[in-house]
Design a protein around this ligand. Structure first.
Ligand SMILES: Cc1cc2nc3c(=O)[nH]c(=O)nc-3n(C[C@H](O)[C@H](O)[C@H](O)COP(=O)(O)OP(=O)(O)OC[C@H]3O[C@@H](n4cnc5c(N)ncnc54)[C@H](O)[C@@H]3O)c2cc1C
Length: 395
């Protein structure tokens, strides 16, 4: 059985950086990765562009429960350190409205640069190696893979990810490794995920993209309001604004079993309701045919769900539907379409300075496996790099 100072379970964003950080401190390191290659999920991030961090990076972009943890980790490895780290690997980067991408706009460049560093530091990896069991031993830990291969290690960094896009490796199996040492799991639910609804508007507007203001409404309380893109689909609704508000909805629906959930959409955010009514009234006065009074304000496709109101020149009805349209939400598209995981291993059980488990000495956790959920915009990868780097300092 080969013996290492540190074995990293999971060769995703957090695991790769954890291994680099540990090796730079002269530890002997091995990465065990379940999939045939490292970093498979990285390749699809940012729609293939990899939004790897953000120029505004602080705890306010994460779930509020983890504020002190985020502050502590970013104090060691925050925005500047992430940029320095990638600059040090010779990755050219650029920023687009604060979001940081590789200059090539290719996620594969980020993975390649990390692989070059793993090679330069001679960090070995075992792919097709799913760790199925972990035991503490006199020297640290014994890890056993599904194929019964064993590895000895003084310390272990668990970076097995959450549950989103399970086909790329992170399918939630890694939670059971943490649970072996008594760690508590905050029920993981899909986050940044399209929403399901049965509404004739989906039928009429399928494929229609527009910009709007979307508000989540849970048990009749308006929770979060986001401006951005909305996309109608066969099954419901997606688009950046919807993904951005999906987190609270998913937690309410899946974790708290709340059924009274809707979203309110303002399709005309550039006019107040009174201004919109006035615009439509003026158009009628100018001689616009009633069925054409929304032409040029929203896509013509909106004439279909509004046909009754248009035919009757019901200006107030049109304004009500386009300014404050409520859609009842019946669920989410689930793990196969969720970008992130909300929930994970309870962060109160790790040392906020080192990410070492408070329940098992020598056992560290990093990345999405922890109950840390950032908003879209590079915050989840920033957390993966930062927590991986800090966990890798384990000595
Ligand atoms: C479509 C999509 C787009 C995204 N875009 C962005 C973006 O642009 N910016 C951003 O900040 N975030 C983005 N994210 C989120 C980001 O990819 C994740 O937050 C990040 O990859 C988490 O890193 P991680 O290393 O913790 O987990 P992962 O990247 O999931 O890596 C975990 C690894 O552990 C392996 N593993 C699991 N269990 C075991 C085991 N038992 N033994 C061995 N190996 C195991 C898995 O195979 C996997 O390779 C996106 C996610 C998706 C799905």
């Amino acid at each position: 059985m080969n013996q290492y100072d540190i074995v990293v379970i999971g060769g995703g964003a957090a695991g790769i950086v954890a291994a680099i950080s540990a090796k730079r401190k002269n530890a002997s390191v091995l990465i065990c990765e379940k999939m045939p290659q490292l970093g498979k999920k990285l390749l699809i991030t940012g729609a293939g562009r990899c939004n790897l961090s953000n120029q505004k990076l602080d705890a306010s972009f994460y779930n509020p429960e983890v504020k002190t943890l985020i502050e502590s980790v970013f104090a060691k490895f925050g925005k500047n350190e992430i940029e320095k780290f990638f600059n040090g690997l010779d990755l050219a980067m650029h920023s687009d409205k604060g979001r940081i991408f590789p200059r090539t706009n290719q996620a594969s460049s980020v993975l390649s640069i990390l692989e070059i560093e793993l090679g330069r530091l001679q960090i070995p990896s075992e792919c097709n190696c799913e760790i199925a069991n972990i035991q503490s031993s006199a020297d640290g830990f014994i890890l056993t893979s599904k194929t019964k291969k064993q590895f000895g290690s003084k310390k272990v960094i668990l970076a097995g990810g959450g549950k989103s896009y399970p086909a790329l490796g992170s399918d939630g199996n890694a939670y059971s490794i943490a649970k072996k040492f008594g760690h508590k799991l905050i029920e993981p639910v899909p986050s940044a995920v399209p929403l399901l609804m049965h509404d004739t508007w989906c039928h009429f507007l399928q494929g229609q993209k527009t910009t709007a203001i979307v508000t989540s409404v849970i048990n009749s309380t308006h929770v979060r309001k986001v401006a951005g893109e909305v996309l109608f689909t066969k099954y419901g609704i997606s688009g950046t604004a919807v993904l951005d508000i999906s987190d609270d909805i998913s937690v309410a629906f899946h974790r708290h079993k709340i059924k009274n959930i809707s979203i309110e959409i303002d399709f005309i955010p550039f006019l107040t309701k009174n201004e919109f009514v006035e615009t439509l009234t003026n158009r009628l006065k100018k001689g616009f045919p009633p069925e054409k009074i929304i032409t040029g304000i929203v896509s013509n496709k909106f004439s279909l769900p509004l046909s009754f109101q248009l035919k009757n020149a019901d200006v107030q009805g049109i304004a009500n539907l386009l300014k404050n349209k409520y859609f009842r939400i019946n669920g989410t598209r689930g793990w196969n379409e969720a970008e992130f995981t909300a929930g994970g291993i309870d962060t109160s059980e790790v040392n906020h300075r080192t990410l070492e488990s408070k329940l098992q000495k020598g056992f560290y956790l990093a990345g999405e496996i922890l109950d840390v959920n950032g908003v879209r915009g590079g915050y989840n990868l920033a957390w993966a790099w930062a927590s991986g780097f800090v966990a890798g300092l384990a000595q």
